[in-house]
Write a protein that binds this ligand. Structure first.
Ligand code: NZQ
Ligand code: ZN
Length: 393
């Protein structure tokens, strides 16, 4: 097991009704003024907006609003939020929505106390380290990105179409309200994207070169099995509260750092996918459903035993030590079939992409200096990235 330091300070309020008390919750955290940040309108249609604003009014919390965050959130909205917070002296951001809204809130929170341009903080070559941020709290409406507990933020800079991230413990929300009821209005397609993303967050940690990580291996396997089991229930049924609850908690556990403690994660698939989101506007989860099987087929020979274990523990194939290769292939095929079965596309061409796009996508993938590779399980060069993308064209 690797050395690690883990700080997960986000208080979770899980279950029904907490959003109706959001005003008094904020008061408990010493907040009297917020920027209420939200997306394209789902919270208005669902009635969540009315519940939240009523609770803020009742608690006499002054509220400045900025809606309109789009999926794959953009830097221009972040800049708008920074200017608004500065103009009104707002020191706390309440993000109501999914990963896009929460990430936009995190970026605003990083930008307000900083004199320079907030883009300076973004990887792979940040010009500045984040030293101070406003506090952020969230009311989550989609189980997916895990941003409600994570240390990360992902934003697209429209100038150059660059989808990039930063990570710091400072951006973990102070609290997050997780009410599965708030996912009742979620289109099944968005739910399927979320299911894919949370599985991907576990895959990125599970496929590791770190040795003797049995505890987190088993935790990862438990989360993956839980997501797969509840996916069918959540997608088949009208609305199944218990399935929604298990998925919502899984989304947070998949990405709050617990499952990666003591192991080196990979993260190449995420970096490659961000280029698909940036170029085609595809939802992050669906982009991952395209990249991941290609990545798995490209790298599995690096550790066939681990992929065979994945097939056996997660997908239920009988362990056969005489045919680890075959077992590994079964697990990868089962993963690809699962993504298709929940409605994800599996090819770049289905997004409108062509062979001519591959060099652009590979060249734009955020390779990490000095080696200029991406990923840790198998470090990938630009050529490797091209090969993977071509395999899923
Ligand atoms: O904008 P609104 O109207 O709210 O609609 C959203 C959006 O269109 C809709 N939606 C959300 N909750 C709903 C709902 N519609 C009806 N009822 C509800 N209850 O769903 C759409 C997608 O929302 P979005 O926030 O984009 O989804 P998600 O949570 O998957 O976030 C994706 C973003 O998070 C980033 C992704 O790259 C992407 O930009 N990620 C952030 C991470 C992090 N900060 O730790 C890690 C992830 O790996 C990921 O990269
Ligand atoms: Zn993700």
């Amino acid at each position: 097991m690797e050395n690690f330091s883990l700080h997960m300070p986000t208080r979770i309020f899980f279950g029904t009704g907490h959003e109706e008390k959001i005003g008094s919750l904020l008061k408990r955290f010493g907040v009297s003024e917020v920027l209420l940040h939200y997306g394209g309108g789902s919270i208005k249609a669902s009635g969540l907006y009315d519940k939240i604003t009523a609770s803020l009014r009742a608690a006499k919390i002054h509220c400045t609003e900025l809606g309109g965050v789009r999926p794959n959130p953009v830097l221009s909205t972040v800049r708008e939020g920074i200017a608004l917070c500065r103009e009104r002296g707002v020191q706390f951001i309440l993000a109501v929505g999914g990963g896009s809204v929460i990430d936009s809130a995190k970026a605003i929170a990083a930008g307000v106390p900083y004199d320079g341009d907030v883009w300076d903080f973004f990887y792979p070559m940040p010009k500045k380290r984040i030293e101070k941020m406003l506090r952020v709290a969230t009311v989550l409406t989609i189980p997916a990105a895990g941003s409600e507990m994570s240390d990360s933020c992902v934003i697209t800079n429209e100038d150059g179409n660059l989808k990039r991230s930063f990570s710091t413990d400072l951006c973990r929300p102070v609290f997050s309200v997780l009410n599965p009821e708030n996912t009742r209005t979620l289109p099944k397609y968005q739910l399927a994207c979320g299911i894919t993303d949370m599985l991907a967050h576990v895959f990125e940690r599970y496929f590791t070169n770190s040795r003797e990580v049995e505890l987190t291996d088993r935790l990862c396997e438990a989360v993956m099995q839980t997501v797969i089991f509840n996916a069918q229930r959540a997608l088949d049924a009208e609305f199944d509260y218990e399935a929604a609850a298990n998925l919502m908690w899984a989304s947070s556990l998949a990405h709050n750092g617990l499952l990666g403690a003591g192991r080196v994660g990979d993260w190449a698939s995420h970096g490659i996918e961000h280029e698909l989101s940036a170029k085609y506007g595809v939802a992050h989860g669906e982009g991952l459903a395209i990249v991941l099987p290609g990545w798995m087929r490209y790298v599995y020979k690096h550790d066939v035993t681990r992929f065979a274990r994945f097939a056996s523990k997660v997908w239920g194939f009988e362990m056969n030590i005489n045919d680890l290769e075959g077992l590994a292939a079964d697990g990868i095929n089962a993963t690809a079939e699962f993504f298709k079965a929940i409605g994800m596309r599996s090819k770049i061409s289905e997004l409108g992409g062509t062979a001519e796009d591959i060099p652009y996508l590979a060249a734009h993938t955020a390779l990490v200096p000095p080696a200029m590779t991406i990923g840790n399980f198998v470090p990938l060069t630009e050529t490797d990235v091209s090969n993977i993308l071509n395999s899923v064209l």
